[in-house]
Ligand binder design. Structure first.
Ligand SMILES: NC(=O)c1ccc[n+]([C@@H]2O[C@H](COP(=O)([O-])OP(=O)(O)OC[C@H]3O[C@@H](n4cnc5c(N)ncnc54)[C@H](OP(=O)(O)O)[C@@H]3O)[C@@H](O)[C@H]2O)c1
Length: 318
């Protein structure tokens, strides 16, 4: 594993990070999740990404992660981990259980720390932009989270380019620079190329790309239909059946051919394709098995593309 500097900060993040959105909830097999986290750490993945609402049930991924830490990462091993959590989406009933108010963000962070049994998280994110709350209030809550020692760094996620620009300026003025932006980015979802990545580069903010495999579409999983052990088939999965469209499958098959010629799996090529851009600090993967995790980590053995390969990929993605 190599470690990339996160924007212009002092923090290094692994090229591949592990997210606990799926496969770590109370509905999932705990030992499987525990084995994935242990294997990830053994392979040099130091960064684990959570959010208040990950489960299902919401909160249970944090509770399970806390138990994984208790079972396997005692003592100084905590110091070798970069743990992130977020608040933004609906977590509890009433007017204070979602969006971007200081009330919600700080209360939620306290709840997350309790669930994970941690004194602090390394990164605390505002999970989504809230146009009804002054940006200053949300950024002041992130600043407070850092100053109070509950978080070491502040991050934002799913913020459009313009609001990202404003948020980083406010945080700069407050004296807590924005460390990182977490954005959906894959061969299939490229919105951040339309301005956000330029803002991040300009402001010296790192970028961690989530759902880099488009929730599993950019793997060999759906080449021959929709298997039962897939996120699309799983009623708790966020990949909708209709997203596995005929049009997508044609592209997946064509991309898979290029990957094969590179002696890579499609998942490996999809991750390498993102990591070729040095504005991408880390790719934030999910995995439902240790085998998938290792397959994805092996992408790091070939991150180079020929011009022909890149052009061919662009033709397919058009
Ligand atoms: N900030 C945000 O708003 C936001 C939103 C979404 C996600 N995230 C973060 O990003 C993380 C990753 O998101 P994601 O899980 O959607 O990422 P992803 O890497 O695009 O998809 C992961 C899924 O793809 C399948 N897969 C992975 N590797 C495979 C392989 N080698 N071969 C075949 N199938 C493979 C597995 O699904 P199967 O179940 O089908 O096996 C796996 O659970 C989340 O855990 C979370 O931390 C953040």
């Amino acid at each position: 594993m190599e470690y990339n500097r996160c924007g212009k900060s002092g923090l290094l993040l692994p090229q591949i990070s592990l997210g606990l959105w799926h496969n770590f909830g109370s509905v999932d097999n705990f030992e499987n999740g525990e084995n994935i986290v242990k294997e990830a750490f053994d392979k040099g993945i130091t960064h684990f990404d959570l959010a208040n609402n990950y489960g299902p049930i919401p909160g249970s991924a944090e509770t399970n992660f806390g138990n994984i830490l208790k079972n396997n990462f005692q003592g100084n091993l905590r110091d070798e981990l970069v743990i992130a959590t977020k608040a933004g989406y609906k977590m509890w009933e009433g007017p204070y259980g979602e969006w971007g108010s200081r009330k919600y963000l700080i209360t939620s962070l306290n709840q997350s720390l309790k669930r994970m049994n941690l004194d602090y998280v390394d990164i605390f994110y505002s999970h989504r932009y809230d146009s009804n709350t002054p940006l200053e209030e949300t950024m002041m809550a992130l600043d407070y989270a850092v100053r109070s020692g509950k978080a070491l760094y502040a991050g934002i996620s799913n913020y459009p380019a313009e609001q990202t620009n404003q948020a980083t300026e406010i945080l700069q003025q407050l004296g807590t620079p924005c460390l990182i932006h977490q954005e959906k980015y894959s061969m299939f979802v490229r919105t951040c190329e339309e301005g956000l990545l330029d803002v991040l580069e300009d402001k010296g903010v790192g970028c961690i790309a989530f759902s880099p495999l488009a929730q599993g579409l950019l793997t060999d999983k759906y080449l021959k239909g929709i298997p039962e052990n897939s996120r699309a088939f799983n009623p708790n999965g966020h990949l909708q059946l209709e997203e596995v469209s005929d049009e997508k499958v044609v592209k997946i098959v064509a991309l898979n051919k290029i990957a094969k010629n590179r002696n890579q799996s499609l998942a490996q090529m999809a991750l390498a394709w993102l990591l070729k851009d040095n504005r991408i600090t880390s790719v934030l993967i999910g995995a439902s098995s240790v085998g998938q995790l290792n397959n994805n980590i092996d992408s790091l053995q070939n991150l180079d593309f020929t011009l022909d390969e890149l052009n061919e990929i662009e033709q397919i993605l058009k």
